[in-house]
Design a protein around this ligand. Structure first.
Ligand SMILES: [Zn+2]
Length: 149
């Protein structure tokens, strides 16, 4: 059975926390990741005041990977985050959605999705033009310094 486009598939559940608590947990998880190599951070932006920390085994939605060519999207309905099908998805197809990160610290979020459309970093599609400009500026800067040395 295929999943028809537009279907809400799974809710991204977790604990509603303030931005302050979110930053604290985010940094704690990064420190933890440095020790264990487990780089996963499962904090999802809910609105300007609150985030959802989805780092709980019951939250299966946390296991859905990012892709630059995704078949799902995340949307916020009131205080709930849902992952919905962007178009009809065939049975047994892996689900992906764009994590929609902004460009702060984009270099720390390399993307390995393997899609032909991959932009090299995890970022929301609305940021792709700016991201591509940043990357090409960097490349030409690197070339210039390579020529100098
Ligand atoms: Zn990618």
């Amino acid at each position: 059975m295929d999943i028809p486009g537009g279907t809400p598939i799974i809710e991204y559940t977790g604990e509603k926390i303030t931005k302050e608590e979110s930053h604290r947990r985010g940094w704690a998880q990064i420190d933890h990741a440095k020790v264990t190599g487990d780089a996963a951070v499962y904090i999802f932006t809910l609105d300007d005041e609150y985030d959802i920390d989805g780092n709980f085994p019951e939250n299966s939605a946390r296991l859905i990977n990012h892709s630059c060519e995704s078949n799902c999207e995340a949307y916020i309905d009131g205080e709930s985050i849902w992952i919905a099908a962007l178009f009809d998805i065939a049975k047994d197809t892996e689900l992906f959605y764009n994590y929609g990160f902004d460009l702060d610290c984009y270099e720390e979020h390399p993307c390995y999705c393997g899609s032909e459309k991959c932009v090299g970093h995890i970022a929301g599609e609305e940021h792709w033009p700016a991201l591509k400009r940043k990357i090409s500026r960097k490349k030409s800067a690197r070339k210039a310094s390579a020529l100098k040395s």
